[in-house]
Design a protein around this ligand. Structure first.
Ligand code: 5GP
Length: 196
């Protein structure tokens, strides 16, 4: 369906601890609900990983360019993400034109960025993707088997910080099975007025 140009789109903020499966869920949602909804491409100062393309996963900016654009007020929200030492942020340009054209826009961002984004867009639909328990989260983070113990403990620290903010979101969805989580979020968005 083509977005209705006479109606503003809405911002959808999705957060959740690392390891919860956010990116897979968001990709599934976009696949199902595009072009009515799109994913905002964040900017970051971190280096691209193998296979990442500028403008697709992120807008990869030098620290200097990021700082200059931040000073110029081009970011809806941005921050040095806890535990990573790199800047991440959402450019107004990623969001405003789509909303004005009636498209809904998903921000997949961390809890602190989400708080700032909500200040700018109080009408945003906020969704926190979570797991049943802390133990399950630890199990998921450990099952990757690629991280050192130190890295796992650091990720767990960040994850707990994120989980502590879950009740500031309007909706909390437990990710048991990806397909059913996507169904639940699609239902939430329809209830909130997304016409598909
Ligand atoms: P990555 O693994 O891609 O380097 O980093 C992902 C982390 O950066 C996650 O915690 C994610 O939520 C956060 N992040 C990605 N884009 C943004 C953004 O635009 N703003 C904020 N505040 N955090 C972001």
């Amino acid at each position: 369906m083509t977005p209705a140009a006479d109606q503003q789109g809405r911002l959808v903020i999705i957060s959740g601890p690392s390891g919860v499966g956010k990116s897979t869920i968001v990709a599934g949602l976009i696949q199902r609900l595009s072009p009515k909804i799109r994913l905002s491409v964040s900017a970051t100062t971190r280096e691209p990983r193998p296979g990442e393309v500028n403008g697709r996963q992120y807008h990869f900016l030098s620290p200097e360019e990021f700082a200059a654009r931040r000073e110029a007020g081009e970011f809806l929200e941005c921050m040095e993400v806890f535990g990573r030492g790199h800047w991440y942020g959402t450019l107004f340009d990623e969001v405003r034109p789509s909303l004005a054209a009636g498209q809904w826009v998903i921000l997949e961002i961390d809890v602190d960025g989400a708080r700032k984004a909500r200040e700018q867009f109080p009408q945003a639909v906020t969704i926190f993707i979570t797991v049943e328990s802390d133990q399950e989260l630890e199990q998921r983070l450990r099952s990757r088997k690629t991280d050192t113990e130190e890295a796992i403990l650091r990720r767990l620290d960040v994850a707990r910080h994120e989980m502590d903010q879950a009740n500031t979101y309007k909706y909390r969805v437990v990710n048991d099975k990806v397909e059913s989580t996507i169904d639940q979020i699609a239902n939430i968005l329809t209830q909130e007025g997304l016409e598909v």
